[in-house]
Every structure is written in structure tokens, then in C-alpha cells.
Design a binder for this molecule. Structure first.
Ligand code: FAD
Length: 488
């Protein structure tokens, strides 16, 4: 029997659930990836994610070839198509004589729709479509409350997750065990991974940023992080410090297995590492939001998790647009917010603390709809993932499950003083403020004339004046959110 593995958010040869299932059940297995124009057409022509995927596929192609060679099969490798996945996959499966297509679950609404269409097209040719869990430890209805409903509060979810987890759920799928079933590609399909130009994309600064790609890139980051994991709890909140793992883009595209990460963290937690326990908690947040998306369909459709919050009246007018543009460009006059937005624009990454700060600032200081921010992040984040992004935005806007209470409003100046005390991060991304003292850099408009002059800064000219007054904005926000309070 012959099978086709369709990779999507699991771009690795090692510990891959769909690949393992196919190799175990079929004698001849091909592996394919589709650059799906249904997704790509909407993206800007220079997109780090497309380049990240492309680079990662080159390594994957090589790994599959080596896996085949280890069983003396020449000509194994990745089959890469460029077109509408919904049509390409059934066509390819038919062409290869596959009896079944294997893929891992993707619970995003558009992916579900696509997969349903693919299932239908495959069925027309008498080909089965098998999907399985790969990119989370627990999914869908695997971790539920005692009364059988989905969790909407994190801590009890986490406790239930930790009670359920064991070696079985964390062990790797031993792909190597059945690697003799990898099939050589037909000569016509032995093409190299397309170049960015072939895909009609331009190169980005991914390499200049030295963002490592592929399985080897992820393993390098992980090895580096494991030296620091014990300190994670103390270091993770300071954007100028190398605290987090930077693995999010790899988790997004599956160049690393969540099971490997959770296993490493869980073992260290059990040997008493507090840092590992905090980091595991973050991985559980990721599972949490994936199950929220799977169990509460409305959050994937632009609606607030708490529906009352859809009664909030956001500033959708020209003033709101102007404030939104200043936020996007990193020109709000609040240095930490601006530094964070410039980090996003220049690198596609933003530190978690700063994601919380800028998200809160957009909806609670600028009065702009969180959905605009969510969309901006979706376009610019290398690690953009609908579940975590929506979860993060709804947390910040207070409309989500287990969100901040609406009256808790981050003060962008005290956040800056607390988490970037000396202004090291600000200086990196807002160099026009670099000459200010550590005291003045958090709110430059309050600095003395002499200091500003000496630093070559003219507020409103060389650096923007604050676009809103935080204290006034706070009052407006409390009034705006009052519709919720009245309803609650
Ligand atoms: P680490 O601190 O090393 O954490 C390890 C991993 O845990 C991360 O890679 C990520 O997979 C997961 N994780 C950590 N925090 C969270 C969280 N709060 N929710 C869900 N998973 C988490 N994360 C994304 O992967 N994609 C997004 O699109 C995304 N959008 C966000 C939007 C907002 C407004 C907020 C507040 C957070 C968002 N996050 C998102 C979560 C978090 O900020 C990033 O996962 C983290 O900054 C990535 O850096 P890291 O890999 O170095 O993290």
C-alpha cells in the first residue's frame, strides 16, 4: 500500500506523528509540502515566514534523503508543490497511486475548511484522509473539567494537564523504526525546493537577523536555552535580557516537536528546577489556547470570548486610525511601546512582556479595537499563531478567557521603569533617545530642557510628543468598559 504525508505545521522528519503513522501503515510513503497560494497570495511579497519555511524545507528534504539512504533507498526526499493545496494534494495522491493521505491536525477555522474539502476530493478518488494530533501535548477534548466541559480558566486547566501528562504522552514517535518504507520519488518529482523567486517572493532580513531555521536551528536554540532554563523565571520579563527560548517560530512551523520540549521541561521540573516549571507553564498556555480555539468556535471568528465585550464602542473613526498608525510605526511618544513596535517591524519578534504592554496600550490607552492589533500582529509576527495571538489579545483587552480584569490598565511608564529600568532595550530600538539618562528615558517629555538639549532631542520634532495622556486615557477606558460592567 502507498501513502502520502502532507506536511503543514510539522516541518520535521524526527518525532513527527503523521509521518510515523504513514510509515507504520504503508509500504511506500511519499512526503509532500504545498506552498499554498490560497495562503500566500494575501501576504506581502517579502515575508520572513515564507523564507523560514523555504529554508526549513531544504533541510527537511536533505533529512528525508538521508533517512532513505540509511536503508539503501536512493532518491527519497520532499515533494514540493506550488498551487492551491486543496487541489494539489488530491492530484498528487492520485498521481502517486496513494491509498491514503496522512496529515497532522490543524484546528484553525480556515484549515478545518480546507481539510474538509481535501477529504471530499480524496474520497472522490477513493483515497482515505487520516489526521492525527502532533503539535500540542493535549488537544480538543482531551483535558476537560470534571463535569465534561472545556476549561476556560488557565490554572485548573494546567493542574488537570499536569495530572494527566505521563511518559506516554511525551514520548517521541520513532520515525526511524519504519524508515525503510520511505519511497524514492518518481524522477519527474525530484525537483529542488523552489527558490523565493520561483514562489514570487523577495528575500527578507531573516539571515541578517541570524534567525536559525529548520530542525537543526531549533535544536541549537534549545541546547542554548537548556543552559539558561533554571533562570527562566527570573529573567523572562526583561526584554533586554536573553531570558526566553526564542523557539516560538519553530513551534509554529513544527521544526521542533512539542513533546521533546515538554519532556525536557517536565523532567527538569521534577528534579526541582523552578525555571523549568515556569517554562512548562508557558507551553501549557499554548495548549490551553489551542483547545480554546477548538472548543469555542466563536473566538476564531473575530468575536470576543466574553460576548458582552462586543458591546464596547471602539474608536473606529479618523482619530482612531491616526492613533493606530502611530502605534504601528512605533511613534506614539511612549518609548517602551515604540521600541517594542519597532522590534516587531524590524525583526518579526516581540518579547512577551512587550506584547502585553503594547496590546494593553492599543486598546486601553488609544481606545483602538483589539482586533486591529491582532491583525497587525498576524501580518508581522514570525511566530503568528491564531490561537496564541487571539488568546493574547483577548487577554489584554479583558474580553478573553481568564483575561486581565478590565479595570487593570498597564501604565506604560511604570512598566518601562520596572522591566527596562536602565532603558537598555529602548536605546537599542529608539536610538534617537539613546543619550537620555536612565531616569528620563521612560517619559522624555518630562525631562528638563537642559537634558533634552544636551541629548539633541526636540520633543515633537526628533521624537514624537505622547499621542495621549495616560491618566486621561485611563478614565476614558474605564468609561468605555462601563457597558460591560452594567451588563455583568
Ligand atoms: P518562551 O518564553 O521561551 O516560551 C516558550 C513557548 O511557550 C513559546 O515559544 C510559545 O510557544 C509558548 N508560549 C509562551 N507564552 C505563551 C502565551 N502567553 N500563550 C501561548 N503560548 C505561549 N505566541 C505565539 O506563539 N504566537 C503568537 O501569535 C502570539 N501572539 C501573542 C499576542 C499577544 C498580544 C500576547 C500577549 C502574546 C502572544 N504570544 C504569541 C505569546 C508569547 O508572547 C510568545 O509565545 C513568546 O513571546 C514567544 O517567545 P519565546 O519562544 O522566546 O517564548
Amino acid at each position: 500500500s502507498s501513502g502520502l504525508v502532507w506536511l503543514r505545521r510539522d516541518l520535521r522528519a524526527h518525532d513527527n506523528a503523521a509521518l510515523y503513522q504513514a510509515l507504520k501503515h504503508c509500504r511506500q510513503v511519499h512526503v509532500a509540502f504545498v506552498f499554498d497560494t490560497a495562503i500566500l497570495d494575501a501576504l506581502p511579497r517579502a515575508d520572513r515566514r515564507v523564507e523560514f519555511i523555504r529554508e526549513s524545507l531544504e533541510e527537511l528534504d536533505q533529512r528525508l534523503a538521508e533517512l532513505g539512504q540509511s536503508h539503501n533507498t536512493q532518491g527519497c526526499g520532499l515533494i514540493v508543490r506550488h498551487g492551491v493545496a486543496e487541489h494539489e494534494i488530491p492530484k498528487l495522491a492520485h498521481q502517486l497511486g496513494a491509498l491514503a493521505v496522512f496529515a497532522s491536525h490543524d484546528d484553525e477555522p480556515h484549515a478545518q475548511l480546507r481539510d474538509n474539502h481535501v477529504r471530499g476530493h480524496l474520497a472522490d478518488h477513493g483515497i482515505a484522509f487520516h489526521t492525527c494530533k502532533d503539535h500540542v501535548v493535549f488537544e480538543r477534548q482531551e483535558v476537560m473539567t470534571l463535569s465534561g466541559t472545556a476549561f476556560s480558566v488557565f490554572t485548573p486547566y494546567k493542574n488537570a494537564w499536569l495530572r494527566k501528562v505521563n511518559d506516554f504522552y511525551l514520548k517521541a514517535y520513532p520515525v526511524e523504526r519504519y524508515a525503510q518504507h520511505l519511497a524514492p520519488r518518481p524522477p519527474a518529482l525530484r525537483q529542488p525546493v523552489p527558490t523565493l523567486q520561483d514562489l514570487d517572493f523577495e528575500s527578507t532580513n531573516l539571515q541578517a537577523l541570524r534567525i536559525p531555521t529548520g530542525e537543526s536551528g531549533a535544536q541549537g536554540l534549545l541546547a542554548d536555552f537548556l543552559h539558561r532554563i533554571d533562570e527562566y523565571g527570573h529573567r523572562r520579563d526583561f526584554p533586554a535580557v536573553k531570558g526566553p527560548s526564542y523557539l516560538s517560530v519553530h513551534l509554529r512551523f513544527g521544526t521542533v516537536s512539542i513533546r521533546q520540549l515538554a519532556r525536557e521541561a517536565h523532567a527538569r521540573m521534577q528534579s526541582g528546577s523552578e525555571g523549568a516549571a515556569v517554562w512548562l507553564s508557558e507551553l501549557i498556555w499554548r495548549d490551553f489556547y489551542v483547545q480554546v480555539l477548538a472548543n469555542f468556535a466563536h473566538v476564531g471568528q473575530g468575536e470576543s470570548f466574553k460576548r458582552d465585550y462586543d458591546a464596547i464602542h471602539w474608536d473606529h473613526g479618523p482619530h482612531g486610525h491616526k492613533l493606530f498608525e502611530a502605534w504601528c510605526a512605533g511613534r506614539t511618544g511612549y518609548p517602551l511601546v515604540d521600541a517594542a513596535m519597532r522590534q516587531l517591524n524590524q525583526t518579526g519578534y516581540m518579547h512577551n512582556r512587550l506584547r502585553m504592554v503594547v496590546a494593553s496600550f492599543l486598546c486601553k490607552d488609544l481606545g483602538v479595537d483589539w482586533r486591529w492589533g491582532e491583525k497587525y500582529f498576524a501580518t508581522h509576527l514570525n511566530d503568528f499563531d491564531l490561537s496564541a495571538n487571539n488568546g493574547g489579545w483577548q487577554w489584554a483587552s479583558s474580553s478573553g478567557c481568564d483575561a486581565q480584569p478590565y479595570f487593570r490598565i498597564f501604565n506604560p511608564i511604570s512598566q518601562s521603569e520596572k522591566f527596562d529600568t536602565e532603558g537598555k532595550f529602548i536605546r537599542r530600538y529608539v536610538p534617537e533617545l539613546a543619550a537620555l539618562s536612565g531616569k528620563s528615558i521612560h517619559a522624555p517629555w518630562l525631562a528638563g530642557e537642559l537634558e533634552l538639549q544636551a541629548a539633541g532631542i526636540e520633543i515633537g520634532k526628533t521624537y514624537p510628543a505622547p499621542v495621549v495622556d495616560h491618566a486621561e486615557a485611563r478614565e476614558k477606558t474605564l468609561a468605555r468598559y462601563a457597558v460591560v460592567k452594567k451588563k455583568a
